[in-house]
Design a protein around this ligand. Sequence first.
Ligand code: IFM
Length: 467
Amino acid sequence: MPKLTFPKNFIWGVAASAYQIEGAWNEDGKGVSIWDTFCHTPGKIANGETGDVAIDHYHRYKEDVALMAELGIQAYRFSVSWSRVMPEGAGTVNQKGLDFYDRLVDELLDHKIEPFANLYHFDLPQALQDRGGWPERQTAYAFADYARVVTERLSDRVHTIITHNEPWVTAAAGYFDGSHAPGIKDPLATFKAMHHLLLSHGLAAEAIRAAAKKTVKVGIVLNLNPVHPASDSRKDREAAYRMDTVLNRAMLDPLLKGTTPMQEFAVGKMLTASLIKPGDLEKIRTLDLLGVNYYTRTVVKNDPKFPVVAAVQIHPEGNEYSGMWEIYPEGLYELLMRIWKEYLTGPNPPFPPSLEGKGGAGGIGPDLMITENGVPVPDGLDFDGRVRDERRIRYLKNHIAQVQRAISDGVPVKGYFHWSLMDNFEWALGYGQRFGLVYVDFETQKRTIKDSGKWFADVIRENGFEL
Ligand code: IFM
């Protein structure tokens, strides 16, 4: 059997986010976030579930770090809850909230696990939403101040700070289709939120670099999907172009090219003049690490009745699906090749060096990593207490093989983070979708390493696997 191996310093990690695992929603001075409010609103979440307790990571973080160590995990991307650190989003700092992340970082380092701190993963302090949330420019400045506070406390030990996880989802699910907190459905607000999220990345990057005690890499994590037309017709190909512009280029172009494709849409054109202030795009284009979250591709056909993109997603028959998406491993290779060729090399203006004159990948641009990849599987404990999640193992083999293929073809991917370490709260879907390498009994909070966890541990030990 062919063995796939990875470069010597390749990083194998896992990822998680505050609201999905921590619980302790109102402990030790934490303020209310938009997800607390959303989950406490009847009808928003499957089965009325909430992250109030989640998987109680706030109290069990030592056990969870020990599990990571048992698997040989080398890096952990966690998110900081803004409302735990600044209960009102601005102004007063809650030292007890910061103390939690302090303890977590120390515990990780004691187990030789590199902490990657992510500042924002969907959970805006409610007080800031009450003042308009991400559609308001002021929220970007509040975020930069929060970034400063966290950096001052953690940057003596944390060397990578990620500003946002999936800002596209924050804007689209939060303000366009309303499936995420704060549950707003307003295309204008969505465009505004997208720009202010990106601006907040640039402002926070400045604040982080100014406050950092040691050199810190500043990153952002994007959800990206290759977009394919449902047919070869010109209309479907144009629909795919529009969808790709909204899904992928809306984030990639400003961050990596310093341009915006927003004018290609009537609503974006209308807004751009007042929304994007002189200097904004220059501020946004600053990055030491680009994280790619990959789960699926998007197949679309032309359909004028859909707002903004005039395209609708279809689910091709005969392909493999999980409980949430089509399973399409080749899309990961396609995406990595595209990012490398179209954004990180080629005719773009040189990336502004930010790490004391050194860019990331080969001095060309930011480091590139897979910061999330995984699959929901309806796992359960077998009679002998084992979780035989063969499907996840197959999914991981097929996807990690595509990362290796991209590396072999010259894309310097520096790491792979599995989503997620443990089963957890899957937003509007509640606890119904299990993504973990570790099974969690949500009643007793008992953790059990799944077969996929053992398989992943072998991959890390061998720095590769047999296909
Ligand atoms: O659970 C989410 C995570 O919060 C962001 N990326 C996708 C995951 C699976 O849906």
